[in-house]
Design a protein around this ligand. Structure first.
Ligand code: SF4
Length: 401
């Protein structure tokens, strides 16, 4: 048994957001991930005909509709997806289907925005429940990031800073990134994005502002690029000047935005040590959105696509504890059980993405039936200026070596 203790990531003293995420669906705030109430009459979750209704509406729409299913979606929704994947793959898949007038995105708000940015003007992106937001994306608002840039300017470092924003951010943040010469990254290409960013200026003085997931930024810098934890500082948007002195900003290589994924942030070093004690010989495989001490204690680290491929390639009889969203882990456990691969969830407690789970069968049926009747509902549309700058940042990512 391998028990690992490492330096703990600075504790998150969680601050309340201006509007708690669980008020989703009650207050109108379409500029954020918090969403608004669904305007229509949803079918009852107990309606025994939901599956048949979804099938009929989809059939009626034919090639006009293309349903995207994120890996973390429920099985009841995934069964209707024309394609599954992570958010970037899904947005590109939608762009590759120009004949589909309606893109129904079973995912969260920022993903639907990215699909709107990457698809043609004729394609309309629909999010079955507008309240399906992402708590991480909501941790960096356009106003907060503009204020941060002012702080960096005052400290005299803004000109040396290249923003790198994770795909899991709002269109506004992607546009900010494009406007300031930065790029977007995914959990698969974060190292390449950081390598590129540090090549944009004098290597000894260039800094990266990494938004909004501090853990992906820290894990990539320290684990994959050999930086030290001391090279990273955390900018807290809830504190004056981000809680940092000008001297700290000048000394840092990585300025990490104080955001995190509420799902992956739950895994702890105890979860790793506990599963190793329970299952001798288990391989611990975690997503890089997990805390640094969890990533440091794991055997393998990678994106959802990496996790799936690692399990596909795993030998019969191998045992795996996976640190990512529970819907995906359960699906993988069922898929690989007949091959004799034992796959368990890393934590003992349930860990769904609650906002992703808002897309359920009643919302999907409602969206598909509305479209089949000619009513365009829950369209996600990014304004042209934001789209142009966000696209610039996305194109820089596509051009990464
Ligand atoms: S899993 Fe985390 S990053 Fe992904 S949508 Fe949910 S809260 Fe956001």
């Amino acid at each position: 048994m391998r028990v690992v203790t490492t330096a703990q990531t600075p504790e998150l003293d969680v601050q309340p957001t201006p509007l708690a995420l669980l008020l989703l669906g009650r207050e109108a705030d379409p500029k954020s991930e918090r969403g608004v109430e669904c305007p229509g009459d949803l079918p009852s979750p107990s309606d025994p005909d939901l599956v048949e209704r979804a099938r009929a509406a989809k059939e009626k729409l034919g090639d006009k509709v293309f349903v995207l299913g994120h890996h973390y979606q429920r099985d009841e929704v995934i069964q209707f997806a024309d394609v599954t994947g992570d958010s970037f793959k899904l947005a590109r898949d939608a762009a590759a289907r120009p004949e589909a007038e309606y893109i129904v995105f079973c995912g969260v708000h920022f993903m639907a925005e990215s699909a709107d940015i990457l698809t043609s003007d004729d394609q309309k992106v629909v999010l079955p429940d507008l309240a399906a937001g992402c708590s991480m994306a909501d941790m960096a608002t356009a106003e907060q990031v503009a204020e941060c840039w002012d702080v960096l300017t005052e400290a005299g470092v803004a000109e040396q800073v290249v923003p790198v924003s994770y795909m899991n951010s709002s269109a506004d943040i992607k546009a900010f990134t494009g406007k300031h010469g930065g790029t977007i990254c995914t959990s698969s290409n974060a190292k390449r994005a950081l390598d590129w960013a540090f090549e944009q200026g004098e290597p000894s003085t260039t800094k990266v502002l990494f938004l909004p997931d501090q853990h992906l930024g820290r894990n990539t810098a320290v684990r994959d690029m050999g930086m030290s934890l001391d090279d990273c500082v955390v900018y807290n948007p809830h504190k004056p000047n981000g809680g940092l002195t000008a001297e700290q900003l000048r000394a840092a290589k990585m300025i990490l935005w104080r955001g995190h994924c509420s799902v992956h942030g739950r895994f702890s070093l105890d979860s790793v040590n506990d599963v190793r004690a329970r299952i001798p010989g288990v391989n611990v495989l975690v997503h890089p959105e997990c805390k640094h001490e969890v990533v440091a204690a794991a055997d393998y680290v990678g994106s959802t696509e990496y996790i799936i491929k690692a399990l596909e390639a795993a030998p019969t009889g191998s045992k795996w504890a996976i640190g990512t969203e529970l819907n995906l882990v359960r699906r993988l456990a069922n898929r690989f059980a007949p091959e004799g691969k034992e796959i368990v969830f890393l934590d003992k407690t349930v860990c769904f993405c609650s906002t992703m789970n808002r897309i359920d069968l009643p919302h999907l049926v409602w969206a598909l039936e509305s479209l089949a009747e000619g009513n365009l509902v829950n369209r996600i549309e990014v304004d042209k200026e934001t789209e142009a700058f966000a696209k610039l940042a996305l194109e820089r990512m596509l051009a990464l070596p």
